[in-house]
Design a protein around this ligand. Structure first.
Ligand code: MSP
Length: 511
């Protein structure tokens, strides 16, 4: 039976333009989505924009626009960026859409039915920048007397009527969840942080505001709008058609994987499961958080003028090298730095040299010495076996890695094979066999073509465009590009298109 797989990105705030940090989580989620599709799953992949809240309301006012006009244009830009990055989402949800508003209200009502929402007054420290409340004990005081949250965001004292969610009631059930489902939170560091945060005790959570209007009205009390995180988290359900449990898409719930940045892990691993428990809705399988990007060693900020729009890099280098670098540079889950020099260095060494040259050498030898047709496979020597046996295991080894979100390890696994192929071609020297043993030359080239087919197949999720080109050059048809198709060898004798370089080299000088 086909397995359903549901993966999500965070929905992005529309109070500023999209940048490389946003592209990052989306690329990672896209890799998982494409990988599961190649493995045969029926994947639903959701992304979108988070359009309510005081911050957006203020940003719209600053821009002199209505919140709706403002969010319409920025949401369109986020969608355009997702398209440029080749994010293969199945749906793009916007929290200002009627389907979302109705679904978020239905979730609120469901939670309220369980008796876990009560009204009171909120009084405490609120950081607008984070759209989050903080306890006195979490704050530090700057020399000028201002108080800031652990994230560095300034906080202000707020007092207003509010509805509360009985988060405190869920402490034990949450700890039990982390205990019994140890993979619920990844990576390990993030899990430990969350567990100790919850162990310290949970305060009830203010989940409505009355001081601004740009939000989802609280059902039955329109003086309140929902706290933006209650509204936002519900997107993962509303996009599936919630509360209509008979909606076909609801078959994808519970989500298999929520990919998020480390700064929003707490919302996804504490608040979200607690809301779902209160509503009696099954919990997602996993929340994995990625690290943050700096640029040339500095935090990205508008004031420094170093905010990178990934589309500029794509214009210069193409989409796949950017996707590759984002995941390759640092083990997925950790923080990373984008430096032009190391970016170009990786493209040159790993893409142009290791992979590009291997393909170019193999394909041009086939073009020149085998009349441009794929040679038949010959009897395998022990060296051939040594290369092909681990190669054939690659999809299943990577499947385990992708399930753990070890997206960088999975790439490293492919590079081991690429390096082994380069050693093999040097050692077998098919160019020399041309005169001495042309049959063996053809067999060696066929072994390499088979290994390259595996490499290009498993790398499609990371570099869809260039691997499609490589698979075309290797003579595979569209329907021969899944993991299952690898079990059937390509028939010898197929004529191959003229080989063309896929990854150019760049000069490493900084611009
Ligand atoms: N709207 C919320 C998410 C709601 S999900 C139900 C939000 N939006 S955000 O636009 O501020 O951030 C979205 C994602 O971008 C987060 O996962 C965040 O970690 C990520 N990043 C923002 N800047 C980043 C970097 N510099 N580097 C890596 N990721 C970063 O939070």
């Amino acid at each position: 039976m086909t397995r359903r797989f549901y993966v999500t990105t965070p929905i992005y705030y529309v109070n500023g333009a999209p940048h490389i940090g946003h592209a990052y989580t989306s690329v990672a989620a896209d890799i998982v989505a494409r990988f599961r599709r190649l493995a045969g799953d029926d994947v639903f992949f959701l992304t979108g924009t988070d359009e309510h809240g005081q911050k957006v309301e203020q940003a719209a006012a600053t821009a002199g626009e209505t919140p709706q006009a403002f969010t319409d244009s920025i949401a369109a830009d986020f969608r355009a960026m997702a398209d440029t990055m080749q994010i293969s989402y199945n749906d793009f949800i916007r929290t200002t859409e009627p389907r979302h508003i109705a679904g978020a209200q239905a979730l609120w009502e469901k939670v309220a039915e369980s008796g876990d929402i009560y009204s009171g007054h909120y009084e405490g420290w609120y950081a607008l920048r984070d759209e989050a409340f903080y306890g006195e004990d979490e704050l530090t005081t700057r020399p000028d007397g201002t108080k800031v949250a652990p994230t560095g965001a300034p906080v202000e004292w707020v007092r207003e009527p509010s509805y509360f969610f009985r988060l405190s009631k869920y402490q034990d059930r949450l700890l039990e969840l982390y205990e019994t489902q140890p993979d619920f939170i990844g990576p390990h560091g993030s899990r430990n942080e969350i567990v100790s945060f919850v162990r310290q005790g949970l305060r009830d959570l203010s989940i409505s505001r009355t001081s601004f209007r740009w939000g989802v009205p609280v059902p039955g009390d329109e003086a309140h709008v929902m706290y933006v995180w209650f509204d936002a988290l519900s997107n993962y359900l509303t996009a599936l058609g919630y509360p209509d449990t008979s909606a076909p898409r609801m078959a994808w719930w519970p989500a298999d994987l929520h990919l998020v940045g480390k700064d929003i892990a707490r919302f996804h691993t504490v608040y979200w499961p607690a809301f779902l428990m209160a509503a009696g809705i099954p919990l997602p399988g996993k929340v994995f958080s990625n690290g943050w990007w700096t640029v040339e060693g500095e935090k990205m900020s508008k004031s420094l003028g170093n905010v990178i729009d990934p589309r500029d890099l794509v214009k210069e280098f193409g989409v796949d090298p950017v996707r590759f670098f984002l995941i390759r540079e640092v083990p997925f889950g950790g923080d990373s730095d984008l430096s032009r020099r190391s970016f170009i260095h990786r493209l040159n060494t790993e893409l142009a040299n290791d992979l590009g040259n291997l393909a170019q050498r193999t394909l041009s030898l086939i073009a020149r010495n085998c009349g441009g047709v794929l040679p038949d496979a010959g009897p395998h020597t022990p060296e051939d076996e040594q290369l092909l046996a681990p190669a054939s295991l690659l999809p299943s080894v990577m499947e385990g890695q992708v399930a753990r979100c070890a997206l960088t390890d999975a790439l490293e696994e492919v590079w081991k094979l690429i390096r082994a192929c380069n050693a093999y071609i040097d050692h077998q020297a098919p160019w020399a066999l041309k005169k001495t043993d042309p049959d063996r030359m053809a067999h060696v080239l066929r072994v390499l073509a088979d290994a390259l087919r595996i490499i290009a197949t498993v790398l499609q999720p990371w570099m869809p465009e260039s691997m499609a080109k490589m698979l075309t050059q290797l003579g595979t048809e569209e329907q021969e590009r899944s993991f299952a198709a690898l079990a059937t060898p390509l028939p010898g004798g197929r004529s191959l298109p003229a080989p063309q370089g896929i990854f150019p080299r760049y000069t490493e000088e900084a611009k």
